[in-house]
Ligand binder design. Sequence first.
Ligand SMILES: Cc1cc2nc3c(=O)[nH]c(=O)nc-3n(C[C@H](O)[C@H](O)[C@H](O)COP(=O)(O)OP(=O)(O)OC[C@H]3O[C@@H](n4cnc5c(N)ncnc54)[C@H](O)[C@@H]3O)c2cc1C
Length: 470
Amino acid sequence: MTDTTAPVLGEATIQELREGVRGEVLGRQDPGYAEACRVWNGAHDGRRPALVVRCAGAADVIAAIGFARGNDLPMAVRGGGHSVAGFSTCDDGVVIDLSPMRGVRVDPAARIAYVGPGAVWGDVDHETQAHGLATTGGLISTTGVAGFTLGGGIGWLMRRHGLACDNLRAADVVTADGTLVRADETQNTDLLWGLRGGGGNFGVVTQFELALHPVGPIVYAGPVFYPADVAGDLLRLFREWAPGAPDDFTALVNLTTAPPLPVIPEAWHGKKVAALIAASAGSPDAGAPQFAAFRDLAEPIADLLGPMPYTVIQSLIDPLWPKGIQAYFKGTNLSRLDDALIDTLTDRHQDAPGPQCEIHVHQMGGAVGRVGRDETAFVERSMPYVLNAVTGWQDSAAGQSHRDWARNVVAGASDQSTGLAYSNFLGDPGAGRASYDAETYDRLAALKDRYDPTNLFRLNQNVVPAGSPG
Ligand SMILES: Cc1cc2nc3c(=O)[nH]c(=O)nc-3n(C[C@H](O)[C@H](O)[C@H](O)COP(=O)(O)OP(=O)(O)OC[C@H]3O[C@@H](n4cnc5c(N)ncnc54)[C@H](O)[C@@H]3O)c2cc1C
């Protein structure tokens, strides 16, 4: 058994790195090390990196990459730390922790946000909403901009304004050889293509430039909760409504368990429920007519869908997913949502092993579907729905049953899967190959050859360099 308390590096070697950075270098003996090791997903909290480098700027990133490369150590890159598969920590290696680099600067006239790689969506929404602007961000405000955007980025504004990666105009990237390069529409355009859906395979992004759009401050948004016995009817109505819905609207159906929140009548707490959750990127006045049929479907348990601040819908469910919860997701893209699948999903809903087992059916299309297959590494654009089985649990003993359930939900959709999946919804390391068709994967592998030929950046949904034997 490895001695997990033993330093894997000499103090003199570590001291050299400490002197070479503006930020902090935390080794196993340092106060603050345990806290610096923590990631959002408690299922991966047991890892013991040799060092956590809390970077203050791009120069620290260059130093940390050089240190990991020079000492032949594994390297994990951490933006918001929300990786479901546990990629933002490691054993016995170097964690490049970007969380101190959380700055967001907005140019309201140009409608661009310059975002640090440690920023979370709450940071971006706070700064951009001060100008009535926003860009597609996550459903939880504590999710990091970095991993979210590099993987794709599904959020409430996507059918009007595209995925987060479609709004990535430019990025500063430190590549495997320690060079800082800029990728935009005029230089390193191949790299920009790869950053839009190819994950953290090509380097460490030290600044994101994101396109902004007028949104809010009040939008029409929120959930409507129904008893679980109308889950099938809700999914059928959703299937009827989704293809004709204006691009301003993005919705999902969530088969879940009622959380113990004051907005839900107490008698329903802990009972299985089905929810429609929606948001509009446009005028709040256009909201109510869109959802009239949903309101006629059945008497809701709670109807919170209405005008609300954009920043409220962006953080509404944060308390249900706190740092330290253990989590596993598994998803697939759906070519259709037929009755057989609806029956399977409603059955799986009833089998869920815990209260935080959720089946999400995301409505896609709109601006997401209008981007050409070869324009970004987020290749699949035509799927009408994305299925995501989301699980969270507190007691480690519950992990296996939750993972098994999520896998079973997705296995039940195999007939209606397109065969591809969104990499950020894949909780198993090594599963990311399923996000790309062969042509896109080959193009990514060639890009990897150019920017990271030795696969230094491999703690991610990894693309193996084309020149590598492995
Ligand atoms: C509670 C929760 C809610 C979520 N909701 C959504 C949602 O609404 N929509 C959606 O699309 N996804 C969602 N996700 C999935 C989310 O997009 C991914 O987990 C994403 O990777 C998180 O990004 P991060 O920066 O927080 O993660 P991290 O764990 O920090 O990083 C994830 C990956 O990105 C790499 N990376 C991080 N920073 C950089 C960087 N600066 N340069 C290069 N590579 C980097 C890491 O190495 C790692 O491989 C959710 C996840 C959770 C846990």
